[in-house]
Write a protein that binds this ligand. Structure first.
Ligand code: MEV
Length: 325
């Protein structure tokens, strides 16, 4: 009986979340927290799904027709997409684990979708990579929210740091983060639905397009300057741009009191930059700081108001088969 373990990284959107949904550019980077999916061939006629992280368990027959726990629907949707791509559906057990907090803007659901797609297709002997991996894992993302831009599953599949525009080939960015700097992720502990925030921001954008078009264009200009800052390793500039990006997201209604509080604490504690990351209305902020005492002070101050604070490495490898037998 075959067994495959595949993993994919979570992500930080450094610039351009929400604006990317309407076709403007975003910069996303992979982080040193991963989702891991184990797929084991089994007897019988079921696909058994288990997520210890979510505390959910379900099974579905090989026709993929029965309803499953809501949190596990994404994996059935991926199997349906794989069936359309010509893959057969064989009985197997799926175990999904994630090092990231769920529904917190760090791309846990995209990373699990990508890791499952890679693990299952590897089990069947023809690993899906490149565009195929992106296409199928995006079907999983559609369950999580109706109009995904594709940035989350793309960074989970490719790793590194990318500049992404909907409908275009993602481009790897040369990201020079000098030794003495670190990214800090602080979680408000508030869970939210990406779908609701995306719909809210799109609604506001459309109602006020004469105003919001300028905000969307400002975000794209920020992306241009951020690419320059990343290439040069100019962390002072990168930090300033992060604060501006947070302001644009506030203007579009994606922030809330908890996120603004964490960003303001980061600023008051000397962070070079900080912003909400992901959809907003809860989830995480990302801050940029000098390593050592500055980062320590910042982490200490943030942890007074955050449910968790982590130092993360960025620009790590994308989807990987970790074990195959
Ligand atoms: C969510 O991680 C990022 C958003 O821009 C939604 C999307 O790109 O699909 C808010």
């Amino acid at each position: 009986m075959g067994r495959v373990v595949a993993s994919a990284p979570g992500k930080l959107i450094l610039f351009g979340e929400h604006f990317v949904v309407k076709g403007y550019r975003a910069i996303a980077t992979s982080i040193s927290l991963r989702a891991r999916v184990t797929v084991e061939e089994s007897e019988g006629s079921w696909v058994e799904l288990y997520s210890p992280t979510l505390g959910a368990r379900s099974r579905v027959s090989l026709s993929l027709e029965e309803p499953v726990a809501r949190e596990l629907e994404v994996y059935v949707e991926i199997l349906r997409a794989l069936r359309r791509e010509g893959y057969s559906i064989v009985p197997h057990r799926v175990t999904v684990e994630s090092e990231m907090p769920v529904a917190a803007g760090l791309g846990s659901s995209a990373a699990t979708s990508v890791a499952y797609t890679l693990a299952y297709t590897t089990l069947l002997g023809s690993p899906l990579q490149g565009d195929g991996l992106l296409r199928v894992s995006l079907e999983g993302e559609k369950v999580a929210h109706g109009r995904p831009s594709g940035v989350d599953n793309t960074i989970a599949a490719m790793g590194g740091t990318i500049v992404y525009r909907r409908g275009e080939k993602p481009v790897q960015v040369e990201a020079r983060i000098p030794e003495g700097y670190t990214f800090i992720v602080a979680d408000t502990g508030m869970k939210r639905s990406t779908r609701s925030v995306v719909e809210h921001v799109l609604g506001l954008a459309e109602t006020l397009w004469d105003v919001s078009e300028h905000i969307y264009k400002a975000s794209d200009a920020l992306v241009e300057r951020a690419l320059e800052a990343l290439r040069r390793g100019d962390m002072e500039l990168l930090g300033k741009l992060m604060y501006v990006n947070h302001g644009l997201l506030v203007a579009m209604g994606a922030s809330n009191l908890a996120l603004d509080t964490l960003v303001n604490i980061a600023k008051a504690s000397g962070a070079l930059g900080a912003k909400l990351t992901g959809a907003g209305w809860g989830g995480c902020i990302v801050a940029l700081a000098r390593k050592g005492s500055e980062a320590e002070t910042l982490a200490r101050e943030l942890s007074k108001h955050a449910s968790s604070v982590r130092l993360v490495d960025i620009h790590v490898p994308g989807a990987t088969v970790e074990e195959l037998r």
